[in-house]
Design a protein around this ligand. Structure first.
Ligand code: ARG
Length: 258
């Protein structure tokens, strides 16, 4: 091979390397967050049956605290936010099969769930309360649920708590918590175990139900993501922190809880 041709080939090889390297850094890695950015849209799974966190208004649009919080997150990140309604006990499987990017559904951070998903930093504090039909006096606290029929939403922490209590006569699991409340008001079940803010909101609309005592669990809600989506998790945590600092979180909180 002549010297000239050799030089030419070496130069060509060098050029190819440079192009290759530049090319690689130029195209972003295929992470969920990069895909979301490319689409310009964050898809959120929720069980839209949980006023005031996520529920349909009269026009059938999903509204609530979680919805506005995620819309504010989307705005900060320059993303449109789309909500997909899914039964609560189907949320984690649907997240895993990529039907959406995150779950925001008043979902309590639990050790068991954290085996399957990663949670953001806590964004809301709540606890379980017992609700009974107004005027019933035989249930004064969790101990009195012995021998009673208790309604819960399937797959929730209320379901877990009631299922762990000894001597409960029966735990009735409903797809939506509103169904449990209707059964309570019709006298078909004795109590409902559910998150305080949601039970309190239900009672505002239906004063024939009342809360017994104080919350008997301490729970924190988190935004759930697939375990590998570290960049997304970091962005979401940073953004929620920012919304807390700049007053947006409080604004949304006051709108739904004051
Ligand atoms: N915080 C409870 C849990 O994580 C209840 C959540 C129910 N959420 C809903 N959108 N229905 O189990």
């Amino acid at each position: 091979m002549s010297k000239r041709i050799k030089l030419f080939l070496v130069t060509l090889l060098g050029l190819a390397l440079v192009v290759g390297v530049v090319g690689c850094t130029g195209t972003e890695e295929k992470t969920t967050f990069n895909e979301i950015k490319e689409e310009g849209k964050l898809v959120v799974g929720c069980s839209a049956d949980y006023k005031p966190f996520e529920y349909p208004n009269e026009e059938g649009e999903i509204v609530g605290f979680d919805v506005e919080l995620m819309e504010a997150v989307g705005e900060e990140l320059g993303l449109e936010v789309e909500f997909k309604d899914t039964a609560f006990d189907g949320l984690i499987p649907s997240l895993k099969s990529k039907k959406f990017d995150v779950i925001v559904s008043a979902m309590t951070i639990t050790d068991k769930r954290a085996e399957a998903v990663d949670f953001s930093e806590p964004y809301f504090n709540a606890g379980q309360v017992i609700a009974v039909k107004e005027g019933s006096t035989d249930i004064q606290g969790p101990e009195d649920l012995a021998g009673k029929v208790v309604g819960v939403q399937l797959g929730t922490t209320g379901d877990l708590e009631a299922s762990e209590m000894e001597d409960i006569k029966q735990v009735k699991r409903y797809e939506k918590i509103t169904q449990a409340f209707i059964e309570l008001r019709n006298g078909r079940i004795d109590a409902v175990v559910n998150d305080l803010p949601v039970t309190a909101a239900y009672i505002m609309d239906n004063p024939d139900v009342e809360i017994i005592g104080k919350p008997f669990t301490e729970e924190n809600y988190g935004i759930a993501m697939r375990p590998k989506d570290d960049e997304l998790e970091q962005k979401i945590n940073e953004t929620i922190e920012k919304l807390r600092e700049n007053g947006t979180y409080d604004e949304i909180y006051n709108k739904w809880f004051k």
